[in-house]
Design a protein around this ligand. Structure first.
Ligand SMILES: NC(=O)c1ccc[n+]([C@@H]2O[C@H](COP(=O)([O-])OP(=O)(O)OC[C@H]3O[C@@H](n4cnc5c(N)ncnc54)[C@H](O)[C@@H]3O)[C@@H](O)[C@H]2O)c1
Length: 462
């Protein structure tokens, strides 16, 4: 298709975990549009142009390959692409602020504002700007103010279209989402702009799943959705602590509770805790917003979701320390998993890295094993480079280890030959299953002492 025959020119600023997969899906499903993804990180862009993509996501490479070079382009050239675009999605990172007012809670909007100014500088025609990044409520309004302060007579409509994909299942989520949410101003101009974005998604998503709302409700819905999801995890994790004290089994409790159709069975797996770049950041953002409106009780309520998560991770490390006779110095401990969840290479806020760091502080000899996330983990744990081993082969990782701690629910870890692993380990040998995915009885029968989350331990000691 010649460049001029595209019916829409879509640009996405930010080629990360959201921008890359989302735009690949739009390009694959809508060959009539030109979709360009731009990023300041040249290395990332080069990887998007190759078959070794910068992120691991099942099914992503096939979708990229379907559209790349046809109507999907990755580039670092910002100005011309902003100039040519009709619709610009902004999908830059919005991490938690680490300095000044709101440090540790609110979002750091420096990349976001920089992008707004880049758009302003390079634009010569009206454009629709779509917030894909997760942002504090009212950010669209700020963006609109910056953009519409121009003296070129250009009008920008700023919409909110938060992304609900989950890493690890991003392509399935994008192909068949529960819903797409698009918020706009509710005046005639806003509704017209919103319709343009609805039309993009309607190429493959049934209209009844495309929700529209005002901008502020849309921005807030994303924070609240993540807060609710994380709250379920913290709720069941809180109960797992009680189960360990009472010899109840958290999986049995979750099964019984989840059968209530008002509650439902999903997100009720007890674990070492949630991770990822979003849950904690978005809850803290929500907390900050509540505090800034004087809603102290509401802020405290949500902050406890994060506190329970911290508690759960600490508790897990505490169990390892206590069970391994209160000293970890020099003990080889194999950590199965570095990614914050299965089927991703993302290690941001991964409980595995938290556990690794705590064990290193106890002077254990840590070996980290993961099928996809070791490169990111190496980068994250660079300050411990001398003292940590990175080993993709779980059999080698466990050789000579006193314990295995399973931290990411990769399916490969379920089907290992644990009898062979047991034979190669120091005795007594321990397994700490931070995801409750292993066959605990079988491990016990092999000879392991097994410590699941929220279930009675299986120990060979009296
Ligand atoms: N990762 C997820 O699962 C997920 C899900 C839903 C929403 N979100 C939200 O989406 C946003 C992006 O998240 P992500 O995980 O894709 O982040 P990411 O860090 O993987 O990607 C962001 C990209 O933006 C680029 N960037 C930053 N400033 C730029 C600029 N001025 N010009 C061009 N490129 C620039 C960075 O180089 C980076 O490649 C965040 O707000 C996040 O909260 C993430």
């Amino acid at each position: 298709m010649a460049a001029s025959s595209y019916t829409k020119n879509i640009l996405c600023i930010g080629a990360g975990y959201v921008g890359g997969p989302t735009m690949a899906m739009i390009a694959a499903r809508c060959p009539q549009y030109k979709v360009t993804v731009v990023d300041i990180n040249a290395e990332r862009i080069a990887a998007w142009q190759s078959d070794k993509l910068p992120i691991f996501e099942p099914g992503l490479l096939n979708v990229v390959k379907e559209a790349r070079g046809r109507n999907l382009f990755f580039t670092t050239e910002m100005e011309q692409n902003i100039h040519d675009a009709d619709i610009i999605f902004v999908s830059v990172n919005t991490p938690t602020k680490t300095f000044g007012e709101g440090a540790g809670k609110t979002a750091d909007l420096q990349h976001w504002e920089k992008t707004a100014r880049q758009i302003l500088k390079a634009s010569e025609s009206d454009k629709i700007i779509v917030e894909k990044s997760t942002l504090p409520v009212k950010t669209a309004q700020a963006m609109e103010r910056i953009l519409n302060s121009n003296d070129k007579g250009i009008v920008f409509d700023v919409l909110s279209n938060p992304e609900f994909l989950a890493e690890g299942t991003a392509m399935a989520d994008l192909a068949n989402p529960d819903r797409v949410l698009i918020g706009s101003r509710t005046n005639e101009r806003g509704i017209k702009a919103r319709q343009e974005v609805v039309d993009i998604y309607a190429n493959w998503i049934p209209r009844e799943r495309i929700l529209t709302s005002d901008v502020w409700s849309s921005e807030l819905s994303k924070l609240v959705a993540n807060a609710f999801l994380a709250q379920r995890i913290s709720s069941i994790n809180a109960i797992s602590a009680l189960c360990e004290k009472t010899d109840a089994d958290v999986a049995e409790v979750a099964r019984a509770v989840g059968r209530d159709s008002r509650i439902g069975p999903k997100f009720l797996n007890a674990s070492v805790g949630f991770g990822g770049s979003c849950f904690q950041k978005d809850i803290l953002n929500l907390v900050y917003i509540c505090e800034s409106y004087g809603l102290t009780e509401v802020a405290d309520y949500w902050e406890n979701v994060v506190k329970i998560n911290d508690y759960q991770r600490r508790r897990f490390v505490g169990t390892i320390r206590r069970v391994l006779f209160n000293t970890l110095v020099g003990k080889r401990i194999a950590l199965f998993g570095a990614a914050f969840k299965a089927d991703t290479s993302d290690t941001r806020e991964s409980p595995a890295l938290y556990v690794a760091e705590q064990l290193l502080e106890e002077r254990a000899a840590v070996v980290l094993c993961d099928p996809q996330a070791l490169a990111n983990a190496k980068h994250d744990l660079a300050r411990y480079a001398e003292r940590i081993e990175f080993e993709p082969d779980p059999y080698r990782a466990a050789q000579g280890a006193h314990a295995i701690a399973l931290l990411t629910e990769w399916s490969q870890f379920k089907v290992l030959d644990y009898a062979r692993i047991f034979d190669s380990m120091e005795k007594p040998a321990f397994v700490f299953d931070g995801r409750n995915i292993l066959d605990h009885q079988a491990l016990y029968e092999i000879g392991f002492n097994v410590y699941p989350i929220g279930k009675p331990k299986l120990s060979h000691f009296a």
